[in-house]
Each structure stands twice: as structure tokens, then as C-alpha cells.
Write a protein that binds this ligand. Structure first.
Ligand code: ADP
Ligand code: MG
Length: 335
């Protein structure tokens, strides 16, 4: 579990005192009046930490998808705390987030492994879960949205029906940019239509990696999921009716299902409630067997966010205590 504090934004003023600050590399402090609370994480990123510093810390984790693990990285936090900035970022320079950086790094590593006789193919998909329904973020603008279901293969891996899957060359930055901008467009179009869907939905970018080594008669398959979660703020349900009430219930349900899954795993419970939400059902392989998960909790430094920041940090600390067990790699025979 990592924590990242975002800097103040220009409109928030520049002589502000942050209410959350790092103390050392693994401790974060939050100040509320005279009260001070401390939280421990594997790594705490100060507001000054750039996208490259965050990526440096997760790159090894991301790369393990190439070795055949099911890997998932979550970006958690209230709306406006920097989840999308961390995950996707902006542009093609220093502000690029974890998704484009991960693809790029996998591309570099793939080149090395290709020389050792491995033949890699990579495919990506990008979906959104909104009100417990899956939407395809890479769909053609002309084709209308179809229904999607999660199917489970014999090996436990998930596939989603009717989902656009694009073969990508991780060394072709232009095609990656076009995939990401298409997804961003789908997400933002929806947000003007529907009361900021993007802060009410989870987005899941999935890179599926398959490698074959003919000579060694081995095949590896790994997946990398990069998840931008819905805003964690508790929605006011008191006056909400219709669509808003439905949204509130759906978000609360899927985020609490995620918490329940972490809690059940942490307690080594026999029953882990993966089926309680689409998100946890889709990502189940990342929590078991050959799975690895990592979460970045994003925190806003402002005073008005203190209450929500405390909630995010409490949630993150409870998740931080879960041991997922040691992951195994999956190897299968080519023939
Ligand atoms: N570490 C950061 N450095 C600079 N700007 C940031 C940082 N984190 C977030 N921002 C900016 O803050 C705003 C809100 O961030 P965003 O990622 O959209 O939040 P969220 O996805 O959690 O709602 C955006 O304008 C974003 O560019
Ligand atoms: Mg966002």
C-alpha cells in the first residue's frame, strides 16, 4: 500500500498550509485542530513527488505481469484527490501516468526477452463499471453499447464478452496514445451526459500478455490491471432519488465489496465474497494463486478534505494489514 499526497492546485492558492504531510518515507501525518494522526505505509509520496518517482516504485511490480502473474494496481481516493492523474496522467511527457509508463517499460523488457527466444503477444482492453454494468471504453463510436458479461475460463482467468480487445505493440507509442485518448474521450463524453459518470465509475485497463518459448516448450500468460476506482466519498443519500440514489448504492456496494474482500483475505477466511460486485469478481485472479495487488491511496492536502482524507487513510491502513500470500507463476505447456 502506497500513499500519495497531491500538491495544492493553482485555484486553491499557494500560501496554503497542507493538512496532510509526510514524515519520513513511510509515515504520513494528518492534522485536525490539535489532533494529529499518523499512518504507516510501504511508501509515502510527498506532494513534490513526480510521476516518475511513483512509477519507479511500482515498476518491478508491473513487470511481474511479464513473468506470468495476474497483477492489479488500484488508485483509490475521493474525487479530486489525484486518482486519474496517478493512473493515466496527461500528455506525453513528464505528466504521463502509470498506464503509459507501464506499457513503455513492458515494451523495453519485451525486447530483451524476445532475444532469449520468447515470443510475446500483448492485447489490451479498457472498460468501465458503472452502476454494476460494464461499458466498453474502446468501442467504436458508431457501434452502440452492447451488454457485457464476465466469463470464467477453466484456469480461473476472466474474459468479458463483446469487449473490444486491441492487439498492441508496446513499442509503438502512437498507437498506445490513440488507445488511451479514445478511452478518455468515452469516459468524458459520458461525464457530460450523466452527472460526472467518471467519478462514479471504476475504470479498468487490462493488458494481457502471452509468451511462448517453442524450444523450451513453455507458455506464460500474465495480466496487468490498472484500476482507477470511483470516488470514495460517501454520497449524500438522504435527498437522493432515482438515478442518484441508484448510483450511490452501486458505488458504496462495490467499494465496500472491495473492502470486504481484503478483510476476508486478511482474516484467512474460507469464504471470500468475490461475487458480491462486478469489480471484485473480475479481478478475483489478482487476489489469489498467481495474483499480486497493490494500492495507491491518493490524498488531497486541503482543509475541506480532511474528513474524507481520514476515511481514505483508515481504509488504506486496514487494507495494508492484509497478507495475500505468496504468488506463484503460471506455466503451461505449449502443446
Ligand atoms: N500529483 C499531482 N501533481 C499535479 N497535479 C495533480 C496531481 N494530482 C492531481 N493533480 C490535478 O488535480 C486535479 C484532480 O485530479 P484527478 O486525477 O482528476 O482526481 P480524481 O481522478 O481523483 O478525481 C487534476 O486537475 C489533476 O491534474
Ligand atoms: Mg478521476
Amino acid at each position: 500500500m502506497f500513499a500519495r499526497i497531491r500538491p495544492f492546485l493553482p485555484h486553491e492558492g499557494d500560501d496554503n498550509v497542507p493538512f496532510v504531510h509526510p514524515s519520513g518515507e513511510t509515515t504520513l501525518q494528518i492534522v485536525r485542530g490539535k489532533q494529529e494522526s499518523k499512518f504507516q505505509f510501504d511508501r509515502v509520496f510527498a506532494p513534490s513527488a513526480g510521476q516518475d518517482a511513483v512509477f519507479d516504485e511500482v515498476s518491478e511490480f508491473v513487470q511481474s505481469a511479464l513473468d506470468g502473474y495476474s497483477v492489479c494496481l488500484f488508485s483509490y481516493g475521493q474525487t479530486g484527490s489525484g486518482k486519474t492523474h496517478t493512473m493515466t496522467g496527461t500528455g506525453s511527457g513528464a505528466m504521463r501516468g502509470l498506464i503509459p509508463r507501464s506499457i513503455e517499460q513492458i515494451g523495453l523488457h519485451k525486447k530483451k526477452l524476445d532475444q532469449e527466444g520468447w515470443e510475446y503477444t500483448m492485447e489490451c482492453s479498457f472498460l468501465e463499471i458503472y452502476n454494476e454494468a460494464i461499458r466498453d471504453l474502446l468501442r467504436d463510436s458508431k457501434s452502440s453499447e452492447c451488454k457485457h458479461e464476465i466469463k470464467v475460463g477453466a484456469d480461473g482467468r476472466r474474459t468479458v464478452t463483446n469487449l473490444t480487445v486491441k492487439r498492441i505493440d508496446p513499442n509503438d507509442t502512437d498507437s498506445i496514445d490513440s488507445v488511451l485518448s479514445r478511452a478518455a474521450k468515452r469516459r468524458s463524453t459520458a461525464s457530460t451526459d450523466m452527472n460526472s459518470v467518471s467519478s462514479r465509475s471504476h475504470s479498468v485497463f487490462t493488458l494481457t500478455i502471452t509468451a511462448k518459448h517453442e524450444e523450451m516448450n513453455k507458455m506464460i500468460s500474465g495480466t496487468l490491471n490498472l484500476v482507477d476506482l470511483a470516488g470514495s466519498e460517501r454520497l449524500d443519500r438522504s435527498n437522493a432519488t432515482g438515478q442518484t440514489a441508484k448510483e450511490a448504492v452501486a458505488i458504496n456496494k462495490s467499494l465496500s465489496s472491495l473492502t470486504d474482500v481484503f478483510a476476508a483475505i486478511g482474516e484467512h477466511s474460507k469464504h471470500v465474497p468475490f461475487r458480491n460486485s462486478k469489480l471484485t469478481y473480475l479481478l478475483q485472479p489478482c487476489f489469489s494463486g498467481d495474483g499480486k495487488t497493490l494500492m495507491v491511496v491518493n490524498i488531497s492536502p486541503t482543509e475541506e478534505s480532511v474528513q474524507e482524507s481520514m476515511c481514505s487513510l483508515r481504509f488504506a491502513s486496514s487494507v495494508n494489514k492484509c497478507e495475500l500470500g505468496k504468488a506463484k507463476r503460471t506455466f503451461t505447456k505449449v502443446r
